[in-house]
Design a protein around this ligand. Structure first.
Ligand code: NAP
Length: 355
């Protein structure tokens, strides 16, 4: 049986730990945050029941690395990396043969390379499968909105990031225009110069300018706060928010009923899986980065599959094929913790037509 672990952390602030430790709910956020810094990584729950179409089985563990997104970015990097390494060693001690890095644990430093150098098990960021689910989710949502994807204008926010870059490369093969949005102009220019495909490539550091003509937006920054300016979005646009913490605020969805915001990277796991822990998803549903770790365990392919910031398109395609083989599927669309229904999509279309 395949064995894996996945490192998680609170994503919406220190209060998030109350999902697991209710007694802590009473403490004010700043106190909880100070406390969190000194709580060592530890197992959170056992994950059971993952059963592939092939009959292969896997089980694993969530390991908590208690720091908030802001702490991951603001505390000294050596301190943060040491804590992630401790979490990965907890995973190793539990018997996992591959460990996946969740959310900010995959973003800090060199995206997993240092972690892999300090443990004796395989490490993956899960970013290869995340890319595939982000792009596929954005495509399918656009189709539901009646958008002809082959004619769509696409914007990728966080384009110079690890996931963003590959989303750009895939979309550039399919659509007439891809706009790269980022913070660093020289890096955007360098990326733009290396993108092949049929699309015209534009780049900008101004999100408002970059978003205004986009029919499809994939947003995948590592920002701690929300960064998508809702007023800039085109009526009828689809926004696939892959970032954790989110790039799109709930306010945007409320103020722009003519825009479809979906969560990227949600995957249905095969078999009677039980996470024994509520991380905010419906039953049997996981993040794509978790799913990549599970797929490697089902394959008993204990290698550091996705590490560092340069992802390979071949690996993205390979992990998507392995996901299909084992019965992983893109989950139904969700927007701010709610299932996106056909009625909701029809409502967005009507609101877009009115605008
Ligand atoms: N849903 C899932 O299953 C899943 C799986 C894996 C990862 N993720 C999430 O995906 C996101 C990106 O991961 P990654 O590995 O691609 O990270 P990354 O390589 O560090 O790239 C992040 C990008 O975000 C940009 N950025 C950071 N702060 C920003 C801000 N305030 N405004 C605009 N852009 C900003 C960075 O730009 P600079 O170059 O200017 O710093 C960089 O281009 C993270 O939120 C991560 O948690 C989700």
């Amino acid at each position: 049986m395949g064995e894996f672990a996945f490192i998680i952390h609170p994503v919406s602030g220190a209060k998030d730990v109350a999902r697991k430790y209710r007694a802590l709910r009473m403490l004010p956020e700043p106190v909880l945050e100070r406390l969190l810094k000194w709580i060592p990584p530890r197992p959170i729950s056992k994950i059971t029941g993952i059963t592939s179409n092939t009959g292969a089985e896997a089980h694993g563990w969530f390991v908590g690395c208690p720091l908030t997104p802001a702490q991951f970015m603001e505390l000294p990097q050596d301190f943060v990396l040491a804590k992630i390494i401790r979490a990965a060693r907890v995973a190793q001690g539990l018997g996992a043969k591959v460990v996946g890095l969740g959310a900010m644990t995959a973003v800090v430093g060199d995206a997993g390379v240092t972690i892999a150098d300090n443990v004796d098990i395989a490490v993956t960021t899960g970013n290869s499968y995340t890319v595939w689910t982000a792009v596929e989710g954005a495509r399918r949502a656009a189709e539901l909105m009646g958008t002809d994807v082959s004619q769509a204008r696409v914007a990728v926010m966080g384009a110079t990031g690890s996931i963003g870059q590959v989303c750009v490369r895939i979309m550039a093969e399919e659509v007439p225009l891809v706009t790269l949005i980022g913070r660093n102009e020289p890096r955007l220019a360098k990326l733009a110069a290396t993108v092949d495909g049929k699309a015209d490539i534009k780049y900008t550091t101004d999100p408002t300018a970059g978003l205004k003509e986009a029919d499809i937006v994939i947003t995948v920054t590592s920002a701690v706060d929300t960064v998508v300016p809702g007023e800039a979005l085109k009526p009828g646009a689809v926004v696939c928010d892959v970032a954790r913490p989110r790039d799109v605020s709930k306010k945007v969805a409320q103020e722009r009923p003519d825009v479809l915001v979906i969560e990227g990277g949600a995957v249905e796991v095969p078999g009677p899986v039980d996470f024994h822990f509520n991380f905010g998803f419906p039953p049997k549903t996981a993040y794509a980065c978790m799913a990549e770790t599970m797929i490697l365990a089902l394959e008993e392919r204990y290698e550091s599959y996705t590490l560092g910031r340069d992802l390979s398109l071949e690996r993205v395609r390979e992990i998507a094929a392995l996901a299909e083989k084992h019965g992983f599927k893109l989950a139904g669309f969700r927007s701010f913790e709610k299932q996106v229904t056909e009625e909701h999509i029809e409502g967005v279309k009507r609101a877009a037509a009115r605008r």
